[in-house]
Design a protein around this ligand. Structure first.
Ligand code: FES
Ligand SMILES: [Fe+2]
Length: 380
């Protein structure tokens, strides 16, 4: 007998406008596109290469031309709507594989290698997005291009200049809504999950504050006290008893005694898929079993190893839990709310408010409300 699909008779979670409580809302919310979003590791796009990146269900062809310059254009041929990422980069242009139409970095069709049937060269164009590279990441401004200067990529002075701290970006794509990932990284009540590596433990929330679009919070906790992490963190010279964190929409960061820091940049792909880019950076790490600092020249290979052996393992524990949370949510989205940590509510409220702001600006909220009204009057 065929196995019964346990989800077969369960309605899918509600959309943002159908949602009845804040949890249902936050798990359906997108992210406001009027920010710079990290979309790919710089090293992953070589010269004359193209990759597909997705921001909230919108596919983008990201390509690097022969001169090394990056371009982001809508991933759609204006002719028959093929994904342009199925084509290739030729010099400065991205060429569609079907009829060979070539697009420049602004998304303009600049070459059509077949008959124009006596017409003059047509003006076809797909939208393009501003692109920047910083901290080893490629960033795209997904919103209204005229507003690109209103937002900026976070300033991380430690990662710039000749004396910069070592940092090897880590990225991962998880089957989970972006709000679950933001909850996960700032809510230290899940020390239980990491009881093997103990990246933090005995966390007490000592305060939090919401200011504008930022939630700041602070924990008294034992940072890096686990058997593996304490080998590398010099707990005598770094005060590892407190950690400050923030959800600085749409980014998240932490700081331990100005010595151990991280940023997390999420790329919302859809309601159940999120790519995360983590930058972990340390002023200094020590050689295990000694008090000597790891010399700068070997920090990079060391960080690669640490990412694999420690950070990767901890993140994998989070991945398993958060993906299971997504699965649980899809099955039980109507279960009663049960949340104890007040900062989780603060993050969720911020995510909801920013998405509502975006919908209000684009008319999305009004349109959806009218649609709902029309539907309910039609059903009356
Ligand atoms: S479909 Fe792209 S060139 Fe025709
Ligand atoms: Fe975690």
């Amino acid at each position: 007998m065929a196995k019964r699909d346990p989800y077969a008779d369960k309605a899918p979670p509600p959309s943002f406008t159908e949602a009845r409580n804040s949890r249902q809302k936050v798990r359906a919310a997108g992210m406001n596109p009027n920010y710079w979003y990290a979309v790919e590791l710089d090293k992953n796009v070589g010269k004359e290469e193209v990759v597909e990146v997705v921001f909230w269900k919108r596919s983008i062809a990201l390509f690097r031309d022969v001169h090394g310059e990056l371009h982001a254009i809508e991933n759609r041929c204006a002719h028959r709507q093929l994904k342009l990422t199925t084509g290739h980069v030729d010099g400065c242009n991205l060429v569609c594989p079907y009829h060979g139409w070539a697009y420049d970095g602004e998304g303009k069709v600049v070459d059509i290698p077949h008959s124009l049937f006596g017409r003059k060269f047509p003006k076809f164009q797909v939208p393009s997005m501003p692109v920047q590279v910083r901290y080893g990441l490629i960033w795209i401004f997904m919103g209204d291009a005229e507003r690109q200067h209103e937002a900026s990529i976070p300033e991380i002075p430690e990662l710039e200049g000749p004396d910069r701290w070592t940092c090897v970006p880590v990225d991962a794509t998880w089957t989970a809504h972006h709000s679950m990932i933001i909850d996960n990284v700032s809510d230290f009540t899940h020390a239980y999950l990491h009881r093997r590596y103990e990246p933090f433990k005995d966390a007490e929330l000592t305060g939090f504050e919401v200011q504008g679009d930022t939630v700041e919070l602070e924990y008294d906790t034992q940072v890096g006290a686990g058997k593996v992490s304490s080998l590398f963190v010099d707990r005598e010279s770094v005060d590892t008893n407190q950690m400050k964190l923030a959800y600085e929409y749409p980014y998240q960061r932490s700081n331990t005694d100005d010595q151990i820091k991280h940023w997390l940049f999420v790329l919302p792909i859809d309601e159940r898929t999120t790519r995360s880019f983590y930058l972990f950076y340390f002023k200094a790490l020590k050689v295990p079993f000694t008090r000597f600092r790891i010399p700068r020249p070997v920090m990079t290979p060391f960080m690669h190893a640490a990412n694999k052996l420690l950070v990767g393992k901890i993140l994998d524990e989070d991945r398993v839990a958060v993906e299971a949370e997504q699965e649980g949510y899809e099955m039980h989205w109507d279960a009663p709310l049960a949340e104890l940590n007040p900062v989780v509510k603060a993050f969720q409220d911020l995510t909801i408010r920013k998405w509502e702001e975006h919908l209000a600006e684009t008319g999305g909220l009004a349109q959806l409300k009218t649609k709902k009204k029309t539907e309910s009057s039609a059903n009356a």
